[in-house]
Design a protein around this ligand. Structure first.
Ligand code: OGA
Ligand code: NI
Length: 339
């Protein structure tokens, strides 16, 4: 096998050449800002219109926000993180049974991003699972650790409810019916990426994930509380997203940028690595049903503003996304109307 997992249990002493970025593409960690904070929104706040204003502001200017009092049980998030850690601690021979670099597989353990397409690799291993409907996908999930299927199933359900709640808030904040986005996205698929970024000998020369936007509709990320690494691009400056206790990081994906007719932004973000500690993050992705037409709402194209993007479906978009490198131009640019 050409491409191997990084999480072998033995720390790497040097960064291999095929992980080393040319000087012009390195993360420049000393220039990352942490003086500004990504908005934190309390979902249990009493003033609903204030929540909507916060959502609108965050989605317009950051494409990201964190949520607190989100309704997902603390015990469950802790169990989810624990079982994910245990998974990556399994012997490498055991993990290699699930290894694949074919992005069309519905369950696979892989490394970097798109190992067959890219020239420089990324300092990440990841387990990627299709999750919904549960009864279709749970049978193919790992049965080691033994509690994996049960814990992940419970986690998926609670996160899905949170995602729907946030889509309602996003709809309302755009002046649409509460159910607008949920209806437009139809019976949403749900995927999960369990990202494991091992400690890295040269964090200045490589990435866990280079700058990218998420191709799906909405992403719900559970970050490691003790090891930071997520950064977002705001006004040309990379900004560190400080982990908050008991919070999820939410971001707008490409599909919601299209469905908001470009008002809400699917923002560039990246994961950097560090020399001391491995970092774990768990990303849940809500995705449009294959049959859903991604098309700007009438309400947002009335009053003289025309549709920024042509109509498309998610399968069409996803094919384009995976045929590219992660760090090229925004994939949505390829779907712009020519006017
Ligand atoms: C992703 C992602 C960020 C992180 O999986 O798409 O952006 O902090 N992850 O792991
Ligand atoms: Ni992402």
């Amino acid at each position: 096998m050409d491409h191997k997992l990084l999480s072998t249990g033995i720390p790497h002493k040097t960064l291999p050449d095929n992980y080393t970025r040319p000087e012009s593409q390195r993360p420049n960690l000393s220039q990352v800002s942490d003086c500004e904070d990504v908005p934190v929104i309390n979902l249990a706040a009493e003033d609903h219109s204030q929540i909507l204003q916060q959502v609108s502001h965050a989605c317009t200017h950051y494409g990201f926000f964190q949520v607190k009092n989100h309704g997902v049980s603390k015990k469950l998030t802790e169990e989810m993180q624990k079982v994910a850690q245990e998974f990556f601690k399994l012997p490498v021979e055991e993990k290699m049974k699930l290894y694949s670099d074919d992005p069309t597989k519905t369950l696979r353990l892989s490394t970097s991003f798109n190992v067959k397409k890219e020239e420089v690799h990324n300092w990440r291993d990841y387990l990627r699972l299709h999750c919904w409907p549960l009864e279709k996908y749970v049978p193919e999930w790992p049965s080691n650790p033994p509690s994996f299927k049960e814990i992940v199933s419970m986690y998926i359900k609670e996160v899905r409810e949170l995602g729907f709640r946030i889509q309602e808030l996003i709809s309302e904040s755009l002046g649409l019916e509460k159910d607008y986005l949920k209806n437009a996205l139809r019976d949403q698929a749900q995927h999960m990426a369990v990202n494991y970024y091992p400690e890295c000998p040269e964090p200045e020369m490589t990435y866990g994930l280079p700058g990218h936007t998420d191709p799906n509709a909405l992403t719900i990320l559970l970050q490691d509380l003790h090891v930071s690494g997520l950064q977002i691009l705001k006004d040309g400056i990379w900004l560190a997203v400080k982990p908050q206790p008991d919070a999820f990081v939410i971001n707008i994906g490409d599909q919601l940028q299209a469905l908001s007719n470009g008002l809400y932004k699917s923002v560039w973000h990246r994961a950097v690595v560090n020399a001391d500690k491995p970092r774990l993050s768990i990303a849940s992705f809500l995705c449009p049903a294959d049959s859903a037409l991604i098309s700007a709402p009438r309400r947002l194209t009335a009053e003289g503003s025309s549709a920024v993007y042509r109509d498309f479906t998610y399968p069409e978009y996803y094919k384009t996304f995976w045929s590219r490198n992660l760090d090229q131009e925004h994939c949505l640019e390829l779907f712009k109307n020519q006017n």
